[in-house]
Design a binder for this molecule. Structure first.
Ligand SMILES: Nc1ncnc2c1ncn2[C@@H]1O[C@H](COP(=O)(O)OP(=O)(O)OP(=O)(O)O)[C@@H](O)[C@H]1O
Length: 294
C-alpha cells in the first residue's frame, strides 16, 4: 500500500526500492515511498523496528544498503540546511557553557565557528521560538541545569530556528507534561500548515498527534505498511504486518492496539504491543497490567 497524498504534489522525500539491514537484522526492503511537501507523516512501530534509523537515512547519517533516497530533490546528505531535526532525547551535559537562548541560536548559526553575535532579527526569532515552546522564563539559564522536559522544548525551538522545509521529530513529545505536549504538538502542526513544511514524526503513540497526521509508515518485524491513519490502524492490516493476531480498537477518537484477542489481558498502546504469546514476533513479552496507554 502506498497511496499518494491527494492535496499536495511536490516530493519532499522520495525513497526508491530502499533496503536497510544491520547484519542479519533487516529493518525494511523494497521500500517505495514519496512524502510530499507539506505532508504530516508519522512513523510508528515497536522498539527496534527502525523508526529512528529511518530519520537517520533522511539525514544522510545512515546509508541504505540498496535503493535510493532523495531529500528536497537531491540525494540525502548530512548538513542539509533544509532539514531540521529534533533528536530522541538524551540529557545535555550538565557543565555545557551555554544559556538556553544561545542553544536555540545554534539552530540559526551553529555552523559558524566562534561566539555567536546574534543580530536583531535573529534575536527576535529566538525570542519568538522561546515563547512558542514556553521557555522564555529560563532563556538565560545554563542548559545543563534544566530538566529533561525543559531541554526538550529547547531542542524543538532549535530545530525550527532555521526555518527548515522538512522537520524530523524523534519522539518529540517524550518527557513533556500534558500542557507542553499540547503546546509543542500545536506548534509543530502550525509550522506544518503555515510554512507548508513537511513533518516526519516518529512516535510510539499516534494519539497525541492523531488530528494532524496525513499518513503513517508503520514498521514491524522487517516489514512495513504505508497509508492514511484509517487505512493502517486496522486489525487486519496490523495483523498482516505483525504476522500475528492484533486487534485495533477505536474509542473516543483514539486508537488502542491490542495484541491477540481483544478480550485477553494485555499491556496496550498505539504502536507498541506486548503480549505473552508475541515474543516470537518481536512484540515484547512484558504481559502485565490491564493498562491502556494512549
Ligand atoms: N549503526 C547501527 N549498527 C547496527 N545496528 C544498528 C545501527 N543503528 C541501528 N541499529 C539497530 O537497528 C534497529 C532499529 O533501531 P532504531 O533505533 O531505528 O529503532 P526504533 O524503532 O527507533 O526503536 P525505539 O522505539 O526503541 O527508539 C535496532 O535493533 C538497532 O540496534
Amino acid at each position: 500500500m502506498n497511496p499518494q497524498h491527494p492535496r499536495i504534489s511536490q516530493a519532499s522525500i522520495a525513497v526508491h526500492n530502499g533496503e536497510l539491514s544491520f547484519g542479519s537484522r533487516k529493518l525494511w526492503s523494497e521500500l517505495d515511498l514519496t512524502i510530499q511537501q507539506g505532508e504530516y507523516f508519522a512513523v510508528l512501530g515497536p522498539n527496534g523496528s527502525g523508526k529512528s534509523t529511518f530519520l537517520k537515512v533522511v539525514l544522510g547519517l545512515t546509508q541504505l544498503n540498496s535503493g535510493s533516497i532523495s531529500v528536497l530533490g537531491s540525494p540525502a546528505k548530512t548538513g542539509n540546511p533544509g532539514v531540521g531535526y529534533i533528536p530522541q532525547q538524551r540529557p545535555l551535559p550538565t557543565n555545557a557553557p551555554l544559556r538556553a537562548r544561545d542553544f536555540v541560536g545554534l539552530g540559526i548559526d551553529g555552523h559558524k565557528w566562534g561566539i555567536r553575535v546574534g543580530n536583531k532579527k535573529q534575536n527576535a526569532v529566538i525570542d519568538q521560538l522561546l515563547e512558542a515552546v514556553g521557555a522564555t522564563e529560563y532563556a538565560k539559564v545554563p542548559i545543563g541545569l534544566l530538566s529533561g522536559g525543559e531541554q526538550q522544548r529547547l531542542r524543538i525551538a532549535q530545530a525550527l530556528a532555521n526555518d527548515p522545509q522538512i522537520l524530523l521529530a524523534d519522539e518529540a513529545l517524550l518527557s513533556l507534561d500534558l500542557n507542553h505536549q499540547y503546546a509543542v504538538s500545536d506548534l509543530i502542526h502550525r509550522y506544518n500548515k503555515e510554512k507548508n513544511a513537511t513533518v516526519v514524526f516518529v512516535t510510539h503513540e499516534i494519539n497525541p498527534i492523531i488530528d494532524h497526521v496525513d499518513r503513517v509508515l508503520y514498521l514491524a518485524n522487517g516489514r512495513f505498511t504505508v497509508g492514511t491513519v484509517e487505512e493502517v490502524m486496522r486489525s487486519e492490516v496490523l495483523s498482516d504486518l505483525y504476522q500475528t493476531q492484533v486487534t485495533v480498537i477505536r474509542t473516543n477518537g483514539r486508537y488502542v492496539v491490542v495484541g491477540g484477542d481483544a478480550n485477553a489481558p494485555l499491556d496496550i498502546s498505539a504502536g507498541d504491543i506486548t503480549h505473552p504469546h508475541c515474543s516470537d514476533h518481536g512484540l515484547g513479552s512484558t504481559y502485565a497490567e490491564r493498562e491502556i496507554r494512549a
